[in-house]
Design a binder for this molecule. Structure first.
Ligand SMILES: Nc1nc2c(ncn2[C@@H]2O[C@H](COP(=O)(O)OP(=O)(O)OP(=O)(O)O)[C@@H](O)[C@H]2O)c(=O)[nH]1
Length: 435
Protein backbone atom coordinates (compact mmCIF):
# COMPACT_ATOMS: atom_id res chain seq x y z
CA UNK A 1 0.00 0.00 0.00
CA UNK A 2 2.83 2.34 1.00
CA UNK A 3 4.80 1.38 -2.13
CA UNK A 4 1.78 2.02 -4.39
CA UNK A 5 1.33 5.42 -2.74
CA UNK A 6 5.00 6.25 -3.39
CA UNK A 7 4.69 5.18 -7.03
CA UNK A 8 1.65 7.40 -7.46
CA UNK A 9 3.55 10.36 -6.00
CA UNK A 10 6.48 9.75 -8.36
CA UNK A 11 4.27 9.55 -11.46
CA UNK A 12 2.16 12.52 -10.35
CA UNK A 13 5.30 14.61 -9.79
CA UNK A 14 6.65 13.58 -13.17
CA UNK A 15 3.35 14.48 -14.83
CA UNK A 16 3.32 17.91 -13.16
CA UNK A 17 6.95 18.47 -14.16
CA UNK A 18 6.15 17.45 -17.75
CA UNK A 19 3.19 19.82 -17.97
CA UNK A 20 5.19 22.65 -16.35
CA UNK A 21 8.09 22.18 -18.75
CA UNK A 22 5.85 22.01 -21.81
CA UNK A 23 3.93 25.16 -20.79
CA UNK A 24 7.13 26.95 -19.77
CA UNK A 25 8.84 26.03 -23.01
CA UNK A 26 5.79 27.13 -25.00
CA UNK A 27 5.43 30.55 -23.34
CA UNK A 28 8.87 31.14 -21.80
CA UNK A 29 12.45 29.95 -22.05
CA UNK A 30 12.95 32.62 -24.71
CA UNK A 31 16.37 33.55 -25.95
CA UNK A 32 17.31 36.12 -28.57
CA UNK A 33 20.42 37.38 -30.25
CA UNK A 34 20.96 40.76 -31.93
CA UNK A 35 23.12 43.82 -31.90
CA UNK A 36 22.34 47.38 -32.99
CA UNK A 37 23.16 47.98 -36.60
CA UNK A 38 25.15 51.20 -36.43
CA UNK A 39 28.18 52.67 -38.17
CA UNK A 40 30.27 51.25 -35.34
CA UNK A 41 30.37 47.91 -37.17
CA UNK A 42 32.01 47.20 -40.45
CA UNK A 43 29.67 45.92 -43.15
CA UNK A 44 30.80 44.27 -46.33
CA UNK A 45 29.28 44.96 -49.73
CA UNK A 46 29.15 42.53 -52.62
CA UNK A 47 28.16 42.96 -56.24
CA UNK A 48 28.24 41.11 -59.52
CA UNK A 49 31.62 42.67 -60.28
CA UNK A 50 33.10 39.53 -58.70
CA UNK A 51 31.67 37.71 -61.74
CA UNK A 52 32.63 40.47 -64.20
CA UNK A 53 29.31 42.35 -63.81
CA UNK A 54 28.82 46.13 -63.87
CA UNK A 55 26.37 46.76 -61.02
CA UNK A 56 27.51 49.30 -58.41
CA UNK A 57 26.96 48.89 -54.65
CA UNK A 58 27.31 51.74 -52.14
CA UNK A 59 26.91 51.92 -48.37
CA UNK A 60 25.43 54.80 -46.39
CA UNK A 61 24.30 55.48 -42.83
CA UNK A 62 21.92 58.33 -43.57
CA UNK A 63 19.37 57.17 -40.97
CA UNK A 64 21.88 55.60 -38.58
CA UNK A 65 21.63 52.07 -39.91
CA UNK A 66 23.53 50.68 -42.91
CA UNK A 67 21.81 51.01 -46.24
CA UNK A 68 22.74 49.34 -49.49
CA UNK A 69 22.30 51.48 -52.61
CA UNK A 70 22.52 49.44 -55.70
CA UNK A 71 22.50 50.43 -59.37
CA UNK A 72 21.86 47.19 -61.15
CA UNK A 73 23.29 47.17 -64.63
CA UNK A 74 22.53 44.47 -67.20
CA UNK A 75 25.43 42.19 -67.98
CA UNK A 76 25.95 38.55 -69.09
CA UNK A 77 26.49 37.53 -65.48
CA UNK A 78 23.67 37.43 -62.90
CA UNK A 79 23.31 41.08 -61.77
CA UNK A 80 23.11 41.65 -58.00
CA UNK A 81 24.27 43.69 -54.99
CA UNK A 82 24.38 42.57 -51.37
CA UNK A 83 25.21 43.82 -47.90
CA UNK A 84 26.73 41.47 -45.30
CA UNK A 85 25.92 41.98 -41.62
CA UNK A 86 28.78 40.35 -39.72
CA UNK A 87 28.01 37.79 -36.97
CA UNK A 88 31.44 36.31 -36.31
CA UNK A 89 33.50 37.32 -33.31
CA UNK A 90 37.13 38.40 -33.29
CA UNK A 91 38.36 34.82 -33.40
CA UNK A 92 36.33 34.27 -36.54
CA UNK A 93 33.80 32.07 -34.79
CA UNK A 94 30.26 32.56 -36.08
CA UNK A 95 27.00 32.34 -34.13
CA UNK A 96 25.59 28.92 -33.28
CA UNK A 97 21.88 29.19 -34.05
CA UNK A 98 21.05 25.60 -32.99
CA UNK A 99 18.71 26.90 -30.26
CA UNK A 100 17.10 29.59 -32.43
CA UNK A 101 13.94 29.15 -34.43
CA UNK A 102 13.51 32.38 -36.41
CA UNK A 103 15.06 35.52 -37.72
CA UNK A 104 13.21 38.86 -37.45
CA UNK A 105 14.67 41.20 -40.03
CA UNK A 106 13.53 44.81 -40.38
CA UNK A 107 14.28 46.33 -43.77
CA UNK A 108 13.67 49.72 -45.27
CA UNK A 109 13.16 48.72 -48.90
CA UNK A 110 12.91 50.90 -51.99
CA UNK A 111 13.10 49.61 -55.53
CA UNK A 112 12.26 51.00 -58.93
CA UNK A 113 11.11 47.55 -60.07
CA UNK A 114 9.18 44.71 -58.45
CA UNK A 115 11.80 42.36 -57.04
CA UNK A 116 12.56 39.90 -54.28
CA UNK A 117 15.14 40.10 -51.49
CA UNK A 118 17.38 37.13 -50.95
CA UNK A 119 18.42 36.60 -47.33
CA UNK A 120 21.37 34.26 -46.79
CA UNK A 121 22.69 32.94 -43.51
CA UNK A 122 26.21 31.96 -44.50
CA UNK A 123 27.50 29.13 -42.34
CA UNK A 124 31.25 28.60 -41.99
CA UNK A 125 32.42 25.02 -42.56
CA UNK A 126 35.45 23.14 -43.72
CA UNK A 127 34.84 21.32 -46.99
CA UNK A 128 37.60 19.25 -48.64
CA UNK A 129 40.00 20.64 -46.03
CA UNK A 130 39.24 24.25 -46.98
CA UNK A 131 37.15 26.95 -45.35
CA UNK A 132 33.85 27.46 -47.12
CA UNK A 133 30.56 29.22 -46.57
CA UNK A 134 27.38 27.24 -46.88
CA UNK A 135 24.59 29.46 -48.26
CA UNK A 136 21.29 29.00 -46.40
CA UNK A 137 18.72 30.96 -48.37
CA UNK A 138 15.26 32.33 -47.76
CA UNK A 139 13.44 34.51 -50.26
CA UNK A 140 11.51 37.53 -49.04
CA UNK A 141 8.87 39.33 -51.06
CA UNK A 142 9.50 42.86 -49.82
CA UNK A 143 7.15 45.79 -49.43
CA UNK A 144 8.24 49.32 -50.06
CA UNK A 145 9.22 51.08 -46.85
CA UNK A 146 10.09 49.81 -43.40
CA UNK A 147 8.79 46.33 -42.62
CA UNK A 148 9.79 43.46 -40.38
CA UNK A 149 10.01 40.02 -41.96
CA UNK A 150 9.82 36.96 -39.73
CA UNK A 151 11.65 34.00 -41.23
CA UNK A 152 11.54 30.57 -39.56
CA UNK A 153 15.02 29.07 -39.75
CA UNK A 154 13.67 25.73 -40.88
CA UNK A 155 12.50 27.39 -44.09
CA UNK A 156 16.03 28.33 -45.11
CA UNK A 157 17.36 26.03 -47.79
CA UNK A 158 20.64 25.51 -49.54
CA UNK A 159 20.18 26.83 -53.13
CA UNK A 160 21.06 24.62 -56.05
CA UNK A 161 23.67 27.11 -57.41
CA UNK A 162 25.65 26.58 -54.19
CA UNK A 163 25.44 22.77 -54.49
CA UNK A 164 26.61 22.90 -58.14
CA UNK A 165 29.41 25.30 -57.27
CA UNK A 166 30.93 22.60 -55.02
CA UNK A 167 33.13 19.89 -56.43
CA UNK A 168 32.68 17.45 -53.55
CA UNK A 169 30.66 14.32 -54.23
CA UNK A 170 27.84 13.39 -51.86
CA UNK A 171 27.80 16.86 -50.35
CA UNK A 172 25.12 17.44 -47.74
CA UNK A 173 22.41 19.66 -49.15
CA UNK A 174 20.48 20.50 -46.01
CA UNK A 175 20.78 23.83 -44.19
CA UNK A 176 23.19 24.22 -41.28
CA UNK A 177 23.39 26.96 -38.65
CA UNK A 178 26.11 25.98 -36.14
CA UNK A 179 28.62 28.64 -37.24
CA UNK A 180 26.76 31.43 -39.03
CA UNK A 181 29.30 34.04 -40.13
CA UNK A 182 27.01 36.71 -41.54
CA UNK A 183 23.57 37.66 -42.77
CA UNK A 184 23.67 38.46 -46.43
CA UNK A 185 20.86 40.67 -47.74
CA UNK A 186 20.84 40.55 -51.49
CA UNK A 187 18.87 42.01 -54.36
CA UNK A 188 16.52 39.48 -55.95
CA UNK A 189 16.04 37.47 -59.08
CA UNK A 190 14.70 40.26 -61.28
CA UNK A 191 17.27 40.49 -64.04
CA UNK A 192 16.34 43.96 -65.35
CA UNK A 193 18.20 47.22 -64.86
CA UNK A 194 16.98 49.04 -61.74
CA UNK A 195 17.84 50.95 -58.58
CA UNK A 196 17.38 49.25 -55.28
CA UNK A 197 17.90 50.63 -51.74
CA UNK A 198 17.85 48.21 -48.87
CA UNK A 199 18.28 49.64 -45.36
CA UNK A 200 19.16 47.03 -42.74
CA UNK A 201 17.26 48.58 -39.83
CA UNK A 202 17.64 45.77 -37.30
CA UNK A 203 17.75 42.03 -36.94
CA UNK A 204 17.23 39.55 -34.11
CA UNK A 205 17.26 35.78 -33.82
CA UNK A 206 14.68 34.19 -31.52
CA UNK A 207 14.56 30.78 -29.95
CA UNK A 208 14.19 28.70 -26.80
CA UNK A 209 16.78 27.42 -24.31
CA UNK A 210 15.52 23.98 -25.14
CA UNK A 211 14.05 23.26 -28.53
CA UNK A 212 10.63 21.60 -28.63
CA UNK A 213 12.08 18.39 -30.07
CA UNK A 214 14.87 18.28 -27.43
CA UNK A 215 12.34 18.93 -24.67
CA UNK A 216 10.10 16.07 -25.84
CA UNK A 217 13.14 13.84 -26.14
CA UNK A 218 14.24 14.59 -22.54
CA UNK A 219 10.69 14.19 -21.19
CA UNK A 220 10.23 10.87 -22.99
CA UNK A 221 13.64 9.71 -21.72
CA UNK A 222 12.68 10.72 -18.15
CA UNK A 223 9.39 8.78 -18.38
CA UNK A 224 11.15 5.72 -19.79
CA UNK A 225 13.88 5.84 -17.10
CA UNK A 226 11.30 6.20 -14.29
CA UNK A 227 9.13 3.42 -15.75
CA UNK A 228 12.12 1.08 -16.14
CA UNK A 229 13.32 1.93 -12.64
CA UNK A 230 9.87 1.34 -11.19
CA UNK A 231 9.57 -1.95 -13.07
CA UNK A 232 12.93 -3.09 -11.72
CA UNK A 233 11.88 -2.17 -8.17
CA UNK A 234 8.57 -3.99 -8.69
CA UNK A 235 10.34 -7.09 -10.02
CA UNK A 236 12.75 -6.98 -7.06
CA UNK A 237 9.82 -6.64 -4.62
CA UNK A 238 7.96 -9.53 -6.22
CA UNK A 239 11.15 -11.57 -6.05
CA UNK A 240 11.60 -10.79 -2.34
CA UNK A 241 7.93 -11.56 -1.65
CA UNK A 242 8.28 -14.82 -3.57
CA UNK A 243 11.35 -15.73 -1.48
CA UNK A 244 9.46 -14.82 1.73
CA UNK A 245 6.49 -16.90 0.62
CA UNK A 246 8.81 -19.80 -0.20
CA UNK A 247 10.45 -19.56 3.23
CA UNK A 248 7.05 -19.31 4.89
CA UNK A 249 5.83 -22.34 2.94
CA UNK A 250 8.96 -24.28 3.98
CA UNK A 251 8.40 -23.22 7.59
CA UNK A 252 4.74 -24.30 7.43
CA UNK A 253 5.81 -27.58 5.84
CA UNK A 254 8.22 -28.17 8.74
CA UNK A 255 5.46 -27.37 11.23
CA UNK A 256 3.10 -29.64 9.32
CA UNK A 257 5.61 -32.49 9.32
CA UNK A 258 6.21 -31.95 13.03
CA UNK A 259 2.46 -31.95 13.70
CA UNK A 260 2.06 -35.08 11.58
CA UNK A 261 4.73 -36.84 13.65
CA UNK A 262 3.11 -35.63 16.86
CA UNK A 263 -0.32 -36.72 15.63
CA UNK A 264 1.02 -40.17 14.72
CA UNK A 265 2.64 -40.33 18.14
CA UNK A 266 -0.59 -39.40 19.89
CA UNK A 267 -2.55 -41.79 17.73
CA UNK A 268 -0.14 -44.58 18.66
CA UNK A 269 -0.26 -43.57 22.30
CA UNK A 270 -4.04 -43.51 22.16
CA UNK A 271 -4.32 -46.99 20.67
CA UNK A 272 -1.39 -48.83 22.22
CA UNK A 273 -0.61 -49.55 25.81
CA UNK A 274 2.53 -47.74 26.86
CA UNK A 275 3.62 -50.46 29.33
CA UNK A 276 3.19 -53.63 27.31
CA UNK A 277 3.03 -52.36 23.73
CA UNK A 278 -0.12 -54.30 22.92
CA UNK A 279 -3.37 -52.64 21.85
CA UNK A 280 -5.41 -50.90 24.51
CA UNK A 281 -9.12 -50.52 25.02
CA UNK A 282 -9.30 -47.57 22.53
CA UNK A 283 -8.46 -49.96 19.68
CA UNK A 284 -11.16 -52.40 20.69
CA UNK A 285 -14.15 -50.49 19.32
CA UNK A 286 -12.88 -50.60 15.70
CA UNK A 287 -11.98 -54.27 15.98
CA UNK A 288 -15.27 -55.24 17.59
CA UNK A 289 -17.28 -53.30 15.01
CA UNK A 290 -15.45 -55.16 12.25
CA UNK A 291 -15.81 -58.55 13.91
CA UNK A 292 -19.48 -58.01 14.63
CA UNK A 293 -20.14 -56.94 11.01
CA UNK A 294 -18.33 -59.94 9.58
CA UNK A 295 -20.22 -62.22 11.96
CA UNK A 296 -23.57 -60.77 10.88
CA UNK A 297 -22.86 -60.43 7.14
CA UNK A 298 -20.53 -63.36 6.48
CA UNK A 299 -21.25 -65.62 9.50
CA UNK A 300 -17.59 -65.54 10.46
CA UNK A 301 -17.29 -67.09 13.87
CA UNK A 302 -15.55 -65.14 16.63
CA UNK A 303 -14.39 -66.20 20.08
CA UNK A 304 -13.62 -63.99 23.01
CA UNK A 305 -11.01 -65.07 25.55
CA UNK A 306 -10.91 -62.88 28.63
CA UNK A 307 -8.05 -63.43 31.08
CA UNK A 308 -7.04 -61.85 34.37
CA UNK A 309 -3.85 -62.34 36.38
CA UNK A 310 -4.54 -64.05 39.69
CA UNK A 311 -3.80 -62.26 42.93
CA UNK A 312 -1.97 -59.54 41.15
CA UNK A 313 -2.53 -57.08 43.96
CA UNK A 314 -0.73 -59.45 46.29
CA UNK A 315 2.19 -59.65 43.85
CA UNK A 316 2.35 -55.88 43.68
CA UNK A 317 2.16 -55.55 47.41
CA UNK A 318 4.79 -58.15 48.11
CA UNK A 319 7.27 -57.56 45.32
CA UNK A 320 6.62 -54.05 44.27
CA UNK A 321 4.83 -52.29 41.47
CA UNK A 322 7.86 -52.54 39.17
CA UNK A 323 7.84 -56.30 39.45
CA UNK A 324 4.09 -56.19 38.66
CA UNK A 325 4.89 -54.16 35.52
CA UNK A 326 7.56 -56.63 34.43
CA UNK A 327 5.09 -59.54 34.90
CA UNK A 328 2.56 -57.78 32.66
CA UNK A 329 5.22 -57.14 30.01
CA UNK A 330 6.41 -60.77 30.00
CA UNK A 331 2.82 -62.01 29.97
CA UNK A 332 2.04 -59.96 26.84
CA UNK A 333 5.26 -61.16 25.23
CA UNK A 334 4.30 -64.79 25.79
CA UNK A 335 0.70 -64.31 24.69
CA UNK A 336 1.78 -62.51 21.49
CA UNK A 337 4.17 -65.33 20.65
CA UNK A 338 1.50 -67.98 20.99
CA UNK A 339 -1.56 -66.54 19.35
CA UNK A 340 -2.07 -66.33 15.57
CA UNK A 341 -1.31 -63.21 13.69
CA UNK A 342 -4.97 -62.48 13.02
CA UNK A 343 -5.87 -62.88 16.72
CA UNK A 344 -6.14 -59.55 18.51
CA UNK A 345 -4.63 -59.18 21.98
CA UNK A 346 -5.95 -56.15 23.87
CA UNK A 347 -5.16 -54.92 27.36
CA UNK A 348 -8.66 -54.44 28.69
CA UNK A 349 -7.56 -52.72 31.86
CA UNK A 350 -5.13 -53.28 34.76
CA UNK A 351 -4.13 -56.95 34.73
CA UNK A 352 -7.06 -57.96 32.53
CA UNK A 353 -6.65 -58.83 28.80
CA UNK A 354 -8.89 -60.05 26.00
CA UNK A 355 -8.06 -62.06 22.88
CA UNK A 356 -10.48 -61.87 19.96
CA UNK A 357 -10.12 -64.85 17.65
CA UNK A 358 -12.01 -64.91 14.36
CA UNK A 359 -12.58 -68.02 12.25
CA UNK A 360 -12.04 -70.12 15.35
CA UNK A 361 -14.29 -72.88 16.64
CA UNK A 362 -15.41 -73.09 20.21
CA UNK A 363 -13.12 -76.06 20.78
CA UNK A 364 -10.25 -74.23 19.16
CA UNK A 365 -10.74 -71.23 21.46
CA UNK A 366 -11.01 -73.42 24.53
CA UNK A 367 -7.88 -75.29 23.52
CA UNK A 368 -6.00 -72.01 22.91
CA UNK A 369 -7.14 -70.61 26.29
CA UNK A 370 -6.11 -73.77 28.06
CA UNK A 371 -2.71 -73.81 26.34
CA UNK A 372 -2.13 -70.20 27.29
CA UNK A 373 -3.16 -70.83 30.86
CA UNK A 374 -0.74 -73.76 31.11
CA UNK A 375 2.00 -71.77 29.39
CA UNK A 376 1.68 -68.84 31.81
CA UNK A 377 1.65 -71.16 34.77
CA UNK A 378 4.80 -72.90 33.61
CA UNK A 379 6.59 -69.68 32.53
CA UNK A 380 8.59 -67.86 35.13
CA UNK A 381 6.65 -64.61 34.82
CA UNK A 382 8.10 -63.47 38.11
CA UNK A 383 11.34 -64.56 39.66
CA UNK A 384 9.78 -64.31 43.10
CA UNK A 385 6.53 -66.19 42.82
CA UNK A 386 4.39 -68.40 40.66
CA UNK A 387 1.99 -66.35 38.46
CA UNK A 388 -1.20 -67.77 37.01
CA UNK A 389 -4.24 -66.38 35.25
CA UNK A 390 -7.92 -67.22 35.01
CA UNK A 391 -9.77 -67.39 31.67
CA UNK A 392 -13.37 -66.96 30.53
CA UNK A 393 -14.29 -67.95 26.96
CA UNK A 394 -17.43 -66.90 25.08
CA UNK A 395 -18.57 -67.55 21.54
CA UNK A 396 -20.12 -64.74 19.54
CA UNK A 397 -23.67 -65.58 18.58
CA UNK A 398 -26.55 -63.40 17.59
CA UNK A 399 -26.22 -61.44 20.80
CA UNK A 400 -24.98 -57.93 21.00
CA UNK A 401 -21.28 -57.29 21.64
CA UNK A 402 -21.85 -56.08 25.19
CA UNK A 403 -23.75 -59.26 26.01
CA UNK A 404 -20.91 -61.27 24.49
CA UNK A 405 -18.52 -59.53 26.86
CA UNK A 406 -20.84 -60.03 29.81
CA UNK A 407 -20.83 -63.77 29.11
CA UNK A 408 -17.03 -63.91 28.93
CA UNK A 409 -16.78 -61.81 32.07
CA UNK A 410 -19.18 -64.06 33.84
CA UNK A 411 -17.15 -67.12 32.84
CA UNK A 412 -13.99 -65.40 34.07
CA UNK A 413 -15.72 -64.56 37.34
CA UNK A 414 -16.65 -68.19 37.68
CA UNK A 415 -13.04 -69.20 37.01
CA UNK A 416 -11.91 -66.85 39.79
CA UNK A 417 -14.55 -68.11 42.14
CA UNK A 418 -13.78 -71.69 41.31
CA UNK A 419 -10.23 -71.29 42.56
CA UNK A 420 -8.51 -69.33 39.71
CA UNK A 421 -5.92 -70.66 37.19
CA UNK A 422 -8.57 -72.26 35.05
CA UNK A 423 -10.57 -71.78 31.85
CA UNK A 424 -14.35 -71.50 31.97
CA UNK A 425 -16.56 -71.55 28.90
CA UNK A 426 -19.51 -69.25 29.12
CA UNK A 427 -22.80 -71.09 29.51
CA UNK A 428 -23.41 -73.95 28.98
CA UNK A 429 -21.01 -74.45 31.81
CA UNK A 430 -17.94 -76.20 30.63
CA UNK A 431 -14.49 -75.89 32.10
CA UNK A 432 -11.02 -77.09 31.36
CA UNK A 433 -7.79 -76.94 33.22
CA UNK A 434 -6.17 -77.48 36.51
CA UNK A 435 -7.32 -75.94 39.72
N1 LIG B 1 2.19 -53.18 38.56
C1 LIG B 1 1.03 -52.87 38.03
N2 LIG B 1 -0.08 -53.10 38.70
C2 LIG B 1 -1.28 -52.79 38.16
C3 LIG B 1 -1.36 -52.23 36.88
N3 LIG B 1 -2.67 -52.05 36.61
C4 LIG B 1 -3.40 -52.48 37.67
N4 LIG B 1 -2.55 -52.96 38.63
C5 LIG B 1 -2.89 -53.50 39.90
O1 LIG B 1 -3.52 -54.72 39.76
C6 LIG B 1 -4.21 -54.97 40.93
C7 LIG B 1 -5.51 -55.66 40.63
O2 LIG B 1 -6.05 -56.13 41.84
P1 LIG B 1 -7.44 -56.82 41.98
O3 LIG B 1 -8.40 -56.18 40.99
O4 LIG B 1 -7.81 -56.75 43.39
O5 LIG B 1 -7.24 -58.25 41.55
P2 LIG B 1 -6.22 -59.35 41.99
O6 LIG B 1 -5.41 -58.89 43.13
O7 LIG B 1 -5.45 -59.77 40.78
O8 LIG B 1 -7.19 -60.47 42.49
P3 LIG B 1 -7.99 -61.45 41.58
O9 LIG B 1 -8.17 -60.82 40.26
O10 LIG B 1 -9.28 -61.64 42.27
O11 LIG B 1 -7.14 -62.64 41.46
C8 LIG B 1 -4.44 -53.65 41.61
O12 LIG B 1 -3.66 -53.59 42.81
C9 LIG B 1 -3.89 -52.63 40.63
O13 LIG B 1 -3.24 -51.55 41.28
C10 LIG B 1 -0.15 -51.99 36.20
O14 LIG B 1 -0.11 -51.47 35.09
N5 LIG B 1 1.01 -52.32 36.81
Amino acid sequence: MKAIFKTEIIYLSLLLLTITLIVWQRYGMNISYSYPLTAAHSYELLSDDINGGLSIARLSFSEGYPSLHCDIVLSPSFPFCAILLPLRNEEGRGVDLSHFDSLALTLNYQSSERDTVLVYLNNGEVLSGQRALRANLEVVVPHQGVHTYIMPLDQFQVPSWWVFSRTERNIRTESKFDNVQNIQISTGDHRGQRQVNIGAVSFSFHGKWISTSDLYFYITAAWIIVAVFQTLILVRRIHLKYDDAKQEAARLNDINAFLQIERDKFETQAKYDALTGCMNRNSASDILRRVSKRFKNESVKAMLIMLDVDHFKLLNDRHGHDEGDRVLQRLVEILQQHIREQDQLIRWGGEEFIIICEQTSLNGAMTLAENLRALLESSKLSEYTRVTASFGVAEMNSLQVDQWFQQADKALYQAKNSGRNQVILAAPENSFGAS
